[in-house]
Design a protein around this ligand. Structure first.
Ligand SMILES: NC(=O)c1ccc[n+]([C@@H]2O[C@H](COP(=O)([O-])OP(=O)(O)OC[C@H]3O[C@@H](n4cnc5c(N)ncnc54)[C@H](OP(=O)(O)O)[C@@H]3O)[C@@H](O)[C@H]2O)c1
Length: 363
């Protein structure tokens, strides 16, 4: 086997034409990497943004950041994984021509990989599925990038400690509870770190988000949603996680946390205080998360520091395995198997047709 199939960027930014089936060499693995034979993959907003918004993706790069499959081969410094293990993993796809998620085989870092015990082999047929436990390859493909993002934000940027009993008196505001990141942020904030959780989402998701651990839900479409949250929070919202990360949502998050002391706000799209109107009397700390740094390498000119890796690895290796069996995925939209589903998946995300769902397909 010298050549394998993969979904690669065509270089076109036209809707429906970002991806085509191509051939690449089997990716080489480094000492710390694992070669995975993929079974199912999931699409993320970053997959289309890399080429359309210009995040470094270019013609010929292999698409995809979330995979689930079987370990085929491990690097010499990989300790915890063996050939044949069922695993889920995330990587920075979409920016090199020799490795990416939507391919027969993918090279991933062991620090961004997890074993999925008791997985069922049977494929889910095409269709829409409610949120589920992580017990199919489709569900396993759906969580790694989102959960790793939340893990990096909470363990490193916010420096949450699961042993801190004062967490139980504090609220974390998750803006965008129905994003894939938000769905995991609610579960992690509640069940790993023991916070109270406030979230915003369309009304149709409120019951589901409460079942995940949200204490209070608000409809972000209400004209006075910010006032509602501020009145409810009454100075107790110390941490706010903006999973939508537009200048509008960052402003809303900033305003909704007014009255709280030592507020820290994290976002996922490189926004800062400069993007919003701030009050000089308030002392708010702004963070930015870039999940790829969790893999142990620098990306986009940002350093993956030893402290970042230590914080993240503790989250991913020590805390997550005990909680994963309880976690629920977003609802799944399963597309037909094969590389031709890539354009459909990317278009659904690009056209904002994804609500509380993850788009997945078999490879
Ligand atoms: N920096 C990083 O490392 C990193 C990592 C992961 C993701 N990201 C970025 O983070 C963002 C979220 O990614 P994702 O995959 O989690 O998103 P997603 O699942 O594709 O988000 C879709 C959801 O966004 C919600 N939404 C849209 N506008 C909203 C608003 N104004 N207020 C509240 N909710 C709103 C919708 O909620 P309703 O259904 O309730 O309307 C919808 O369900 C993307 O921009 C992605 O590129 C960055």
């Amino acid at each position: 086997m010298s050549q394998i199939k993969a979904s690669i960027f065509t270089g076109s930014t036209e809707v429906g034409k970002l991806a085509e089936e191509g051939q690449i060499a089997v990716p080489e693995i480094s000492d710390t990497q694992i070669l995975v034979k993929n079974v199912a993959v999931a699409a993320n907003p970053t997959d289309w943004k890399h080429i359309v918004v210009g995040m470094g993706g270019k013609k010929g790069d292999v698409i995809g950041c979330d995979i689930a499959g079987y370990v085929e081969k491990v690097g010499s410094k990989v300790t915890n994984f063996n050939k044949g293990d069922a695993v889920a993993a995330t990587l920075r796809g979409n920016y090199v021509a020799n490795n990416g998620g939507f391919a027969e085989y993918t090279a991933v870092e062991q620090v961004l990989t997890q074993k999925i015990p008791n997985i069922q082999e049977k494929a889910l047929s095409v269709g829409d599925y409610p949120p589920s436990s992580i017990d199919t390859f489709e569900a396993a493909a759906s969580y790694s990038l989102s959960l790793a993002t939340v893990g990096l934000s909470f363990s490193h940027n916010f420096q949450f400690k699961e042993t801190d009993s004062s967490n139980a008196d504090k609220y974390v505001l998750v803006w965008g509870g129905a994003t894939a990141a938000g769905i995991f942020a609610i579960q992690v904030a509640k069940s790993i770190y023991g916070f109270k959780v406030i979230t915003t989402a369309s009304k149709k998701h409120h019951d589901f988000l409460k079942s995940l651990g949200a204490d209070v839900t608000f409809d972000y479409k209400d004209a006075n949603v910010v006032e509602q949250i501020r009145d409810f929070g009454k100075g107790k919202i110390q941490y706010a996680y903006d999973t939508v990360s537009s200048s509008q949502t960052l402003q809303q998050v900033y305003d909704a946390t007014e009255g709280s002391e030592n507020v820290e706000i994290d976002n996922l799209l490189f926004l800062s205080a400069k993007n919003i109107k701030t009050d000089e009397k308030r002392d708010v700390k702004f963070h930015v998360t870039l999940v790829y740094l969790a893999g142990g390498h620098d990306h986009m000119g940002i350093e993956s520091t030893p402290k970042l890796q230590q914080d993240f690895n503790r989250f991913w290796q020590d805390l997550v395995p005990n909680h994963l069996p309880k976690f629920k995925t977003p609802a799944l939209k399963v597309l037909k198997p094969g590389y031709s589903s890539t354009n459909e998946a990317l278009d659904l995300l690009r056209n904002n047709k994804v609500s509380g769902q993850k788009v997945v397909f078999r490879i």
